[in-house]
Design a protein around this ligand. Structure first.
Ligand SMILES: *[C@@H]1O[C@H](CO)[C@@H](O)[C@H](O)[C@H]1NC(C)=O
Ligand SMILES: *[C@@H]1O[C@H](CO)[C@@H](O)[C@H](O)[C@H]1NC(C)=O
Ligand SMILES: *[C@@H]1O[C@H](CO)[C@@H](O)[C@H](O)[C@H]1NC(C)=O
Ligand SMILES: *[C@@H]1O[C@H](CO)[C@@H](O)[C@H](O)[C@H]1NC(C)=O
Ligand SMILES: *[C@@H]1O[C@H](CO)[C@@H](O)[C@H](O)[C@H]1NC(C)=O
Ligand SMILES: *[C@@H]1O[C@H](CO)[C@@H](O)[C@H](O)[C@H]1NC(C)=O
Ligand SMILES: *[C@@H]1O[C@H](CO)[C@@H](O)[C@H](O)[C@H]1NC(C)=O
Ligand SMILES: *[C@@H]1O[C@H](CO)[C@@H](O)[C@H](O)[C@H]1NC(C)=O
Ligand SMILES: *[C@@H]1O[C@H](CO)[C@@H](O)[C@H](O)[C@H]1NC(C)=O
Ligand SMILES: *[C@@H]1O[C@H](CO)[C@@H](O)[C@H](O)[C@H]1NC(C)=O
Ligand SMILES: *[C@@H]1O[C@H](CO)[C@@H](O)[C@H](O)[C@H]1NC(C)=O
Ligand SMILES: *[C@@H]1O[C@H](CO)[C@@H](O)[C@H](O)[C@H]1NC(C)=O
Length: 670
């Protein structure tokens, strides 16, 4: 018997079986991959894990705490939830954050003042439902309300709507996949990452972190760390980050952008006056990253200042002025929040009173009216609290709310451009929109003017020069456009080096701090904006600029300034951009919690938040047949298999007879 001919027949039969099954398998043809899915990720701290884990199907536009908690408690029957993010904001308030943000890592502990601890005196975010801090065993995805969702809706309407009480098969199903590796808490996961390294070099989680941005009005030697004799520094602070339930959508319009844009505009307003009539104190602009997750950025900078790892130390700090949420001013009021505990000390109180007086004096001829909320109230969640934890430093936090937040969408995806009501006239091109000065930009420019004047006075500047300080609404409107509408605009393109162009996108940046361990889009943009708005252009070669020196022999400048070759604009008669060198004091400093450097993964003083690594996030929808139909398909499949085996056996056994005449050539190919 010729074995070759035998194999050929078996081969053919197997092909038939596969084709048969392939033909009856409808679902291959109607898998629809979902293109835009954003999931909730797993996060861990010293004691808990929050966020989502993975496996299968669902659909719920009713994304509220009560519904989500019902789904959570019946989680054995819920395999996953897809949330359709509406294209316009909700009418009513929604905040998935806690009611008392960062309550355990601010200054108000039981030992500092029991009556103020845990938001006992003022609940800052009463609308918070805590959804972002729950743990879910199933994946939760957000889908943009577009053609994807239309496909899902249609599939649901066509197949899943009950006919006479019960839905008919085949049913429309959705498969969502986002596997999270990390488990239990940060200590467990960091330990696993450490010990498994030899066998399996794969980390399962990473500390949350990024970079703080800072700059100063007078050159400070950044290489010489620790105390600087004779240096007295006024810190002007704002935060850079935000979050929402889903990791990929964190616009933070009111919670972060309103504050840091105001501070950038104030820094710009101070540039010229500081060169003409320098005050004798230095103003240090700081933009903190990761503040949402137990003050990662500010706790890191304070830690470095305490340990001689930063350009100045705590002894150099004269006072702090922090710009918080200032975008939603009611009437013309702004509120100056202070810490009642440190003010019990007369010398601290004297400085605070002076800072308040400076702010009030700065408001003359402006449409803002700063006021005090009353001394018995603690500070709202703010980076300044981390400075107070280390030392009684005088300071004020500027907010648009007297007690609880005005922000109805704190740390949610609705805290966006629409909520700040940028309202552009219709039919403008993107460029025209960017240039259009909105009412919101004018209002924030007033706040920026107030901040700039108060800082100048606080740094020792002369009273009679205050009127010369004026923030530019044009710059404010361009920044609001860039950070809330699209970062890929001509202005941002001009002021960054060409290596960073790929970071720009056609939407707003995501302000979630993430675990990338390198500077993110918002960090980069704020760094180069600070450089553009406070620095100067110098006429040196590209090579020297990139080597951080002004000429071939220069060895000292790099300690004082940073140099960036930015790509600039193309002149009108050319398409080639003309780059130039910008010299500024803008720099980055690490924003990773000291808990990870100290390996104190259960720290109560420092943030311990880490993010799980995950497999690529995928979503698709398809039709499932009924159980009976599936069993029938299987039965038929098995039947065909048995028949074919019998047939093969029969043919093999009788091969001699069947193939006795027409033999194939031995070199046949299949
Ligand atoms: C960790 O996060 C959970 C959930 O928000 C919180 O209840 C707990 O207090 C946090 N643990 C620490 C040590 O901060
Ligand atoms: C909360 O504050 C009130 C007075 O303001 C005080 O009587 C009460 O003991 C405080 N609660 C806690 C838990 O400290
Ligand atoms: C979405 O669907 C509409 C009509 O159904 C179509 O005109 C449009 O091009 C689709 N958009 C995309 C991005 O596929
Ligand atoms: C997803 O994108 C692919 C190619 O870009 C397209 O063919 C497909 O129709 C899209 N899916 C949906 C649901 O829009
Ligand atoms: C800055 O500090 C470094 C290290 O202490 C020192 O070598 C350098 O000369 C200083 N440069 C200036 C301009 O003060
Ligand atoms: C700042 O300069 C003023 C005079 O312009 C002087 O009176 C004051 O003592 C100086 N302050 C510091 C901290 O050097
Ligand atoms: C604005 O302020 C007025 C009084 O000054 C108050 O009645 C009103 O409730 C405030 N509105 C908001 C949204 O806070
Ligand atoms: C008040 O604060 C100052 C500076 O922080 C400190 O030197 C002084 O001892 C404090 N006074 C009291 C009574 O605590
Ligand atoms: C940014 O916009 C420019 C046109 O101004 C375009 O060429 C480029 O592809 C855009 N980049 C991205 C990432 O969309
Ligand atoms: C800042 O950017 C603007 C617009 O691109 C440019 O005209 C200006 O020269 C820049 N300034 C500095 C100091 O880079
Ligand atoms: C820049 O420097 C070069 C050579 O040092 C000189 O030729 C050129 O005119 C300068 N450009 C400007 C704008 O000052
Ligand atoms: C472009 O314009 C500049 C000044 O406006 C001029 O110096 C240069 O020669 C022009 N280049 C070309 C190619 O026309």
């Amino acid at each position: 018997m010729d074995p070759l001919s035998n194999k050929w027949i078996i081969h053919l039969l197997v092909c038939c079986v596969f084709v048969g099954v392939g033909c009856s398998s409808v679902d291959k043809k109607i898998y629809v991959n979902l293109n835009y899915t954003v999931s909730c990720v797993r996060l861990l701290n010293a004691t808990h894990q929050i966020g989502c884990q993975s496996s299968l199907s669902g659909n719920s536009p009713l994304f509220t705490r009560s519904i989500m908690m019902k789904l959570k408690s019946s989680s054995r029957r819920v395999a996953g939830v897809a949330v359709v993010a509406p294209n316009t904001n909700l009418g009513e308030a929604f905040s998935p954050h806690t009611t008392c943000p960062n309550e355990n890592t601010g200054v108000y502990s039981e030992t500092y003042d029991p009556a103020l601890a845990n938001c006992n005196a003022t609940v800052w975010n009463p609308l918070g439902n805590g959804l972002s801090y729950e743990e879910f065993d199933f994946p939760i995805f957000s889908l943009k309300d577009d053609n994807d969702t239309q496909v899902i809706r249609q599939c649901y309407l066509d197949h899943n709507l009950p006919v006479n009480g019960t839905p008919q098969y085949p049913l429309c199903a959705m498969e969502l996949y986002s596997h999270m590796f990390a488990v239990t808490d940060t200590a467990t996961c960091m330990r696993r990452s450490d010990t498994d390294f030899s066998i399996n070099p794969e980390m399962v989680c990473d500390p949350l972190g990024d970079y703080n941005v800072w700059g100063s009005t007078r050159p400070v030697n950044n290489t010489a760390k620790g105390h600087k004799m004779g240096e007295s520094v006024v810190i002007a602070a704002a935060r850079l980050d935000s979050r929402s339930f889903f990791f990929d959508i964190a616009p933070g319009a009111e919670s972060a952008v309103s504050g840091f844009v105001t501070l950038l505009a104030a820094a710009h307003a101070l540039r010229d006056i500081i060169q003409e009539a320098p005050p004798n104190r230095t103003i240090l602009y700081t933009f903190f990253q990761g503040e949402t997750f137990d003050y990662i950025g500010s706790s890191r900078m304070v830690y470095e200042m305490e340990n001689d790892q930063f350009a100045v130390d705590l002894d150099n700090i004269h006072s702090v002025l922090e710009v918080g949420q200032v975008g939603l001013r009611n009437d013309s009021r702004l509120w100056l929040h202070t810490d009642p505990v440190s003010r019990k000390n007369d010398s601290v109180n004297k400085e605070v009173v002076e800072l308040i007086a400076n702010l009030k004096a700065a408001a003359t001829n402006l449409s803002v009216a700063p006021d005090e909320p009353g001394v018995s109230q603690p500070l709202p969640p703010s980076s300044f609290q981390r400075f107070l934890r280390a030392r009684s430093i005088p300071g004020v936090v500027l907010e648009d709310h007297k007690s609880e937040f005005t922000n109805k969408f704190y740390e949610s995806m609705y805290d966006n451009e629409e909520y700040l009501n940028l309202s552009y006239p219709p039919n403008l091109t993107p460029e025209e929109k960017m240039e259009h000065v909105t009412e919101r930009a004018k209002a924030l420019a007033e706040v920026a003017t107030l901040v700039a004047r108060a800082l100048y006075k606080q740094a020792g500047g002369a009273q009679n020069l205050l009127d010369k300080i004026q923030a530019d609404p044009q710059i404010v409107t361009q920044m609001l456009y860039g950070f809330l509408v699209r970062t890929n605009n001509t202005w941002f393109q001009q002021l960054i080096p060409s290596d960073f162009v790929s970071h720009l996108t056609n939407g707003p940046p995501n302000l979630y701090v993430g675990a990338i361990q390198q500077s993110s889009e918002p960090t980069i943009l704020v760094q180069f904006l600070l450089a553009n708005l406070t620095g100067s252009t110098i006429n040196i070669t590209r090579e020297n600029c990139q080597n951080q020196k002004e000429d071939e022999t220069d060895k000292e400048s790099k300690h004082i300034y940073s140099y960036w070759w930015i790509q600039g604009a193309a002149p009108p008669n050319s398409t080639e951009r003309e780059g130039y060198c910008v010299r500024s004091s803008a720099r980055l400093s690490k924003a990773v919690s000291p808990a990870f450097d100290l390996k104190q993964f259960t720290s109560k003083d420092y943030s311990t938040w880490a993010e799980s690594r995950w497999k690529p996030i995928k979503g698709r929808i398809f039709l499932v047949a009924s159980h009976e139909l599936e069993m029938l398909t299987l039965g038929v499949g098995v039947g065909i298999l048995v028949t074919s085996l019998l047939l093969t056996y029969f043919i093999s056994a009788k091969a001699d007879i069947i193939f006795s005449s027409g033999r194939e050539p031995a070199n046949a190919t299949y």
